[in-house]
Design a protein around this ligand. Structure first.
Ligand SMILES: [Zn+2]
Length: 162
């Protein structure tokens, strides 16, 4: 994705109150992010427990979503819904997002199981093992990356839909 500045990030949120946007703290490694290797920006708030954010490109616009981590983690090792069939080096947790607008004010939320620290872009870019003779590992990796982009955008669009 293209590099974002702080103002653009804060202005992108579709399901946040003004206070939530004001309280937001950028990722600690914000200045060193390698944007070209990210399909979306996702991070846990360094100061607020259970609070996390994603900013996702959706059809040429940016959709920022405030997430709340579930109080209880999945009991068994879960599969990330965005990475899907990739073997993961990290934990997967349940995050939920309040829907934008009226539905959100009524308490309507959407949940998704995803990598704890939003490592999906990194995981998808690892070259997969060869599945069979002549297996095109680069093509398989490109498919995974596109899959993460599509699923992240799909989730953000669903949150934003009013
Ligand atoms: Zn993931």
């Amino acid at each position: 994705m293209l590099p974002l500045d702080e103002h653009t990030i804060r202005a992108s949120f579709v399901n946040a109150s003004r206070k939530e946007v004001t309280d937001l703290t950028l990722p600690t490694d914000f200045a060193d992010l390698r944007w070209e290797s990210l399909d979306f920006l996702g991070w846990r708030d360094p100061k607020l427990a259970k609070r996390a954010y994603i900013v996702v490109p959706v059809d040429g616009r940016l959709v920022g979503v405030v997430l709340k981590r579930a109080d209880v983690d999945p009991r068994t090792r879960a599969q990330c819904q965005w990475c899907q069939d990739i073997t993961l080096p990290n934990d997967v947790v349940l995050y939920s997002a309040k829907r934008a607008g009226h539905a959100g004010r009524l308490g309507n939320t959407i949940g998704t199981l995803i990598c704890e620290d939003f490592q999906c872009s990194t995981n998808a870019r690892k070259l997969p093992p060869s599945a069979f003779l002549g297996f095109d590992r680069e093509a398989a990796r490109d498919t995974r990356v596109r899959g993460v982009q599509e699923r992240a955008a799909g989730f953000a669009a669903e949150v934003a839909a009013e």
